[in-house]
Design a protein around this ligand. Sequence first.
Ligand code: UGA
Length: 433
Amino acid sequence: MRMVVLGLGYLGATHAACMAELGHEVLGIEVVPEKRAQLAEGRVPFYEPGLPDLMKRHIDTGALKISDSYAEAAEFADVFFIAVGTPQKKGEYSADLSYVDSAVEELVPMLRNDALILGKSTVPVGTASRLSERVDELAKDVQVEVAWNPEFLREGFAVQDTLHPDRIVIGAFPGGQAEALCREIYASVLEAETPMIVTDPATAELVKTSANAFLATKISFINAIAEVCDAAGADVTAIADAIGYDARIGRKFLNAGLGFGGGCLPKDIRAFMARAGELGAAEALTFLREVDNVNMRRRTRMVELTKDVCGGTLLGRRIAILGAAFKPESDDVRDSPALNVAGQIQLQGASVTVYDPKAMNNSRLLFPTLDYATSASEACQKADVVLVLTEWPEFRDIDPEQLGTVVRHRNVIDGRLCLPKSEWITAGWSYRA
Ligand code: UGA
């Protein structure tokens, strides 16, 4: 089938390449010139395992084309995926839908055939309905259907999650073609017995926000338990393991530590609260405020712990921070807990050196005043304390004995409970977590 993907960020670029992999002819539209130029050569402007191979292969065969032209998009196909960003509005909790709106405003007047617009971006409930009305106003003598097909991919596993999703969700208005067309688009995925839930657009929108809200809640739950464990001298990892054996609870997303960041969970729970408020259901989601609070408290707690290890002040101390990405296997630093902590520690007078295997360029852009090193060992030169804030395998595998020879003091804080504690202690480190 022919299809267009509007917006080629993490979500759109992955979706476009994966649709080509499923055998479709895809035109990807990206308005940022630098990104577009890289993608057109088959290069991916961010780190995502497996995606560069897929991108290069399908650009080379011509199955995936890249353009900035909405006119070309309107000519190319009758199915359009919206994959543009929906960031948090500045100074507000709600989502900024201006990119979604612009895509629709620009595309629809150009359509000359009946078409299906499938939203993939994470949007507040009611967006598909609003867009559907707007599309009717904008469409010139053609029928344009709007449906929502939310995406559940995780950064770092984006290709795998798109080609082998846990489920496909379609939110369609009655009487349209969305379900039939989606069955065609995802035919090979559905053959693998992937469950498909067909529902109305509002429910589909809420499936996505509920999923992310649940994941965020799970993380903050275990981090709240971690606070109690700190006070009681108990072991939160053992608790996560023990309760995780209960299939109703499950062990995934119960890793205590520095908490969640990234371009999705934090902004999605806030947008969810804001939307519930607009709908008069604010009370239902007040617990998400606490989920957010517990999460943000992790960051201040990490700064306090570092100060404590430094003897009560950060002034003049040298702190090494290992990890800047919001999670491993990603170079994404949007709302990164690690960088947030690095910034706070620097503001309190310490000299901070950061190292991350993949996120150095993005970190430099966001926090140009921090120092950056080209290896973990370089970052730790003469450090008073080493903080491990993103659980990259490279950090797990560090030889504590060797690293001990470059630091000033053997103090380590394991912000992701990812280090082999006993090995560090045996090597003479004071280990805190
Ligand atoms: C998240 C969801 O997991 C995806 O299903 C969803 O599609 C995506 O948002 C989205 O809305 O686009 P992602 O942001 O890639 O995916 O990252 P996660 O793997 O969910 O991790 C989020 C944060 O939680 C990271 O900072 C991670 O370090 C943290 N985390 C995760 C924990 O602190 N503890 C855990 O046990 C798990």
